[in-house]
Design a protein around this ligand. Structure first.
Ligand SMILES: Cc1cc2nc3c(=O)[nH]c(=O)nc-3n(C[C@H](O)[C@H](O)[C@H](O)COP(=O)(O)O)c2cc1C
Length: 324
């Protein structure tokens, strides 16, 4: 399928993940095989206002390409204007519209998954954004607002009519948040109902899950969110498994230590000396678990705000492993 100027068969995509899909972690995912990466969602209103903080989420490096920028909002004019501004200033390969976020402060403003309750507005937003830019516009949806309101197939058809080029479906409702199993049948139904490429998302943890989703739903690509945080090797593992049937190995702690050090270096490079550690605190629990003393080890790391101290803590663990 086509992603901007890139032709990629069965893309394995890193999801937009607020608080995680920053430039440093996207770079790691890219190095480890992600075919497309997304920024976390940014507010269309923030972009239109020229908010420096909002724009700071959109910094990226050319090695991340193809890269998508995701926007959210409820006002079709602000959405279209922000897309135009993003196109001019950042030139992403894809602009994605968030129509699936169920976080309270987003849906309270009629944005994200709240759009699944107002298909006229949803259609208007998609149409206006598509008309405002030359960049391909994609959208990411959930299956509906709640189980009484499963609208994904209808939404997919509306979005296709409005010129959306690719649709990602996370087949849970907004009220499910992350509980219950995603209903993969909805991916199959959407795939039958539209001609644009469909990306399946939700609970892909292993290469087997990825293959099952592709085989069972016929979707054109897959998107990985939470599982990538602790296991960014998953992108290459999936691609290898799909190509050869080779099953992945469990990554030893020493690989996770190296990954963590690489991520710290990238965070320092992109965010600067004062700002690297708050984001790293979110990652430690994904890498340092399942060994004796892991929770005390994480506690030490979380408390550490100095790079020399943090590296000393990590390198002590590394030495212990090497000498054992
Ligand atoms: C911490 C967190 C942040 C997220 N941020 C975004 C976001 O900015 N935009 C978006 O479309 N989805 C966001 N999502 C949803 C994910 O992109 C994805 O659809 C969801 O996690 C299901 O995929 P998974 O089971 O592979 O994690 C977020 C999810 C989590 C857990």
């Amino acid at each position: 399928m086509k992603i901007g100027n890139y032709e990629i068969e069965t893309p394995v995509i890193f999801a937009p993940m607020a608080g995680y899909s920053d430039r440093a972690f996207r770079t790691i995912c890219k190095r480890l095989g992600a075919d497309l990466v997304f920024t976390e969602f940014v507010s269309s209103e923030g972009i239109v206002r020229g908010s420096e903080k909002t724009e700071s989420y959109l910094d990226y490096d050319d090695i991340e390409r193809p890269l998508g920028i995701q926007i959210f909002g409820h006002d079709p004019v602000a959405m279209a204007n922000s897309a135009k501004m993003i196109e001019e200033k950042f030139q992403p390969d894809v602009i994605d519209i968030n129509m699936g976020c169920s976080v309270k402060k987003v849906v309270a403003k009629n944005a994200g998954a709240a759009l699944l309750n107002d298909l006229n507005l949803l259609s208007k937003i998609a149409g206006k954004v598509v008309k405002a830019v030359k960049t391909p516009v994609t959208a990411k949806i959930r299956s509906g607002w709640n189980h009484k309101n499963i609208v994904a197939v209808e939404v997919a058809q509306i979005l296709e009519d409005q010129g959306i080029t690719t649709l990602t479906i996370h087949p849970r409702t907004a009220s499910d948040v992350f509980s219950s199993k995603p209903d993969w049948n909805i991916i199959t139904e959407i795939k039958r109902a539209v001609d644009i490429p469909v990306i399946g998302n939700g609970n892909i943890i292993t290469p087997f899950d990825a293959k099952q989703m592709l085989d069972r739903t016929g979707c054109d690509g897959i998107m990985i969110g939470r599982a990538a945080i602790g296991n960014p090797w998953l992108f290459n593992d999936i691609k290898k498994y799909l190509a050869t049937g080779d099953t992945p190995v469990e990554r030893p702690l020493i690989d996770k230590i190296q990954l963590c050090k690489n991520l710290i270096n990238l965070e320092i490079e992109y965010r600067g000396w004062g700002n690297w550690y708050p984001i790293m605190r979110k990652f430690y629990s994904s890498y340092f678990k399942g060994f004796p003393g892991a929770s005390q080890f994480r506690e030490q790391l979380v408390k550490s705000e100095s790079i020399s101290n943090t590296l000393e803590i990590i390198e002590n663990l590394e030495k212990q492993i090497i000498s054992s």
